[in-house]
Design a protein around this ligand. Sequence first.
Ligand code: NIG
Ligand code: FE
Length: 423
Amino acid sequence: MTEGNIIIKNAAQLVTCSGNEAKKGLQMNELDIVENGTIVIEDGVITRVGKTDEVLKTVNEEGFQVIDARGKAVLPGFVDSHTHFVFGGNRAEEYSWRLKGVDYMEIMKKGGGILSTVKATRNETEEVLYEKAYERLTSMMSFGVTTVEGKSGYGLDTETELKQLRVMKKTNDHHPMDVVSTYMGAHAVPPEYEGQEDRMIEDIIQHVLPRVQQEGLAEFCDVFTEKNVFSIEQSRKLLMAAAVMGFKLKMHADEIVPLGGAELAAEMGAVSADHLLQVSEKGMKALADENVVATLLPGTAFSLKASYAPARALLDAGCAVALASDFNPGSCHTESLPLIIALATLYMGLTPEETVTALTLNGAAAIGREKEIGSLDVGKKGDVVILKVPSYHFLSYHIGVNTVEQVVKNGQLVLNNRHLLMK
Ligand code: NIG
Ligand code: FE
C-alpha cells in the first residue's frame, strides 16, 4: 500500500495510548490524552504529535492532505488480534440450533461446528474465499480496525490450510488492512484423524509446518488446546516444534475446560494466550510473569452464553489484557467492536480506558507489533481512527453503535463515513 502525507488537526482529543510495550494491570488506564491536538504523518509515518498551536508552528501544510478534526476524538487504529476471517460457507442454521439450546461442543462432536466450516472451506475456490475475506476486512475497517490477525484452521489438510494462508497474504497485499497470518492446522480433528490426534500433530510437524515456513505464509502458530480436541502434551509438542522453526506462538487456552493452557503458554513463551474463560490463578500469575498477553474475546462468551473471562482478576495479577473479536463463522459471528466494547465494559468490568488500551497498544503487543503500531507516537505507522464524537468515552457510552467516522492507514484516508475509498 502507498504511504501518504496527512495532517489531522484541532482534534478535541488525541488519545495517544503512548507506549512501546504492552501496558500491564492498572497501567492500562493511562491513555496520554492531548486536548486540542494535532498529528502529522509523513510518508506513512507519524512525525509530530502534540498541541495544535505548537505542532502547526513547525510544519508547512502545503503538500499535505489536511483533515480538520474539530470536535472529534482521534485514536490509534484498532488492532483486532484474534480472528478467523477466511472461511467458506456459513453456520446460520447451526446458530439457530444453539439458540434452541444445543451445546457448541455437542454440535462439534456430531461433525458440525468447526468441521462443517472445514468441509465448506475445502470445497470453496481460492477466488471466492478471497472475495469474501476482502469484504469482511472492509467491514472490520468500518469499525476502526487497521490491523487484523487471521488464522487458518478451516482446512486441516495441507492444501486447504495453504489455500487459506495464501488468501490472507493476498488480502494483505491488496486491501488497505494489514493482515498478520497465523497457521492453526491444529484447530479441530477431522474425520481422517479421528482418535489419532498424536499422528495428526506428528504429520503437521513433519509435513505442513515446514511448507508454511518455506513459503513464508504465517508468522504465528496457534493451537486449540481443549478437552476432546488437543491435549496439553500434544499442544506442547506442536508449539515446541513450531518455535524451533521460527514461528511465534499463540494458544486458544482454557476456553471451555480448565486444562492448564495458560500455564503452557507461559512455559512456551507464547506471545498471547487467548480466551481464558477458565484460567486458573496459577495460570494468571504465569501469564503476568512471562509477559504473555491475555487476549480476551467477550463476543465468544456472549455468543456461547458462557461466563466471561475473569478480566479484573487477570489485571490484578498484573497481566496485559488485549481484546479481540474472535470473528468466525461459529462461536462468534461478529466483527463488531462496538459490541465487544459494550461487553468488556458492562460484563467484564474493564474501564473505558482499559478497553481502549486493550484494543490498541495491547492488541498490537498480542501480535508482536507494539513497536510499530498501537499508539500515536512519533516513528509509528500513521494508522489513525477519527471518531464522530468528542471523546473516547462515547466508544462505550454509545452502546453497540459505531462512532467511527474516518480511518487513516499509513497516512492515507482510506475510509470515510464507512465507505472504502480505495480498492
Ligand atoms: O476461537 N475455539 C476454537 N476456535 C474458534 C471457533 C471457531 C468456530 O466455531 O468455527 C474460537 O472460538
Ligand atoms: Fe479463535
